[in-house]
Design a protein around this ligand. Structure first.
Ligand SMILES: Nc1ncnc2c1ncn2[C@@H]1O[C@H](COP(=O)(O)OP(=O)(O)OP(=O)(O)O)[C@@H](O)[C@H]1O
Length: 213
């Protein structure tokens, strides 16, 4: 489903990051571990096509991301990749429902309010779909962020530190929702974290500290 191979990425200041080869099949769930600064976010950005490597290749859904640039990369990402961040970045001028419809529009997909509404219902947000982001609790906003990431039924879900600021109960809930939604879409899931609480929930891990798969 994805494969990163022989990656070297050079930051603007010339620092170079080398990453171990890594791959997953469709529907597999993977944990990406490593201390702060080990390159987890960089690897997620390479998988999302936000960054491109100086050497090596990134393949997602049988597509070599080096062949996609600009608007084509944006459409591919919107259509096939769901992104979940610690900071949710909802569009504040739009309602919860419209935030999801915007994600469909930006992916070049026909707007499907029924899909968006049923997903919000499923995530316990049905009553809040006409609300604006500032009228939501942190936990509700987080679930909206998750709904937005999966509304287009992505083939790959990338989550960067989704549980870092959460207490134990919310940490477990967010993790379960991510895994459930990934399973519902048949998506491959990658969760990057240094949060040791969630290690036990994943069979497959890559630890950037020790560079073993
Ligand atoms: N724009 C940049 N210019 C130079 N170095 C950078 C840049 N962005 C990141 N780095 C460095 O690259 C390394 C990897 O950064 P990255 O953000 O991928 O790590 P991370 O594992 O996600 O860390 P954290 O858990 O703190 O988010 C770090 O040493 C960081 O300082």
């Amino acid at each position: 489903m994805f494969e990163v191979k022989s990656i070297r990425y050079r930051y603007p200041d010339g620092t170079t990051l080398e990453l171990p080869d890594w791959a997953a099949k469709q529907g597999e769930h993977r944990l990406l571990l490593g201390p702060s600064g080990s390159g987890k976010t960089t690897l997620l950005h390479l998988l999302a096509g936000v960054l491109h490597p100086d050497q090596g290749s990134v393949t997602v859904a049988d597509t070599d991301l080096a062949k996609l640039r600009g608007a084509a990369m944006d459409r591919f990402r919107g259509r096939h990749i769901g992104l979940v961040f610690q900071q949710i970045h909802l569009v504040h001028a739009l309602t919860v429902l419209d935030n999801l419809l915007l994600a469909q529009y930006l992916a070049g997909l026909p707007q499907d309010p029924e899909r968006a509404k049923s997903l919000l219902d499923e995530l316990g947000l049905g009553e809040h779909m006409k609300r604006y982001p500032e009228q939501l609790s942190q936990g509700q906003a987080q679930r909206v962020g998750l709904a937005r990431a999966v509304v287009n039924k992505p083939r790959l879900i990338l989550a960067d530190e989704p549980t870092a600021s959460l207490d134990d109960r919310h940490c477990q809930t967010v993790l379960e929702l991510l895994q459930q939604q990934a399973a519902a879409c048949g998506a491959t899931l990658v969760v990057a974290t240094h949060d040791g609480r969630i290690k036990a929930s994943f069979e497959h891990r890559l630890d950037l500290d020790v560079e073993t798969a």
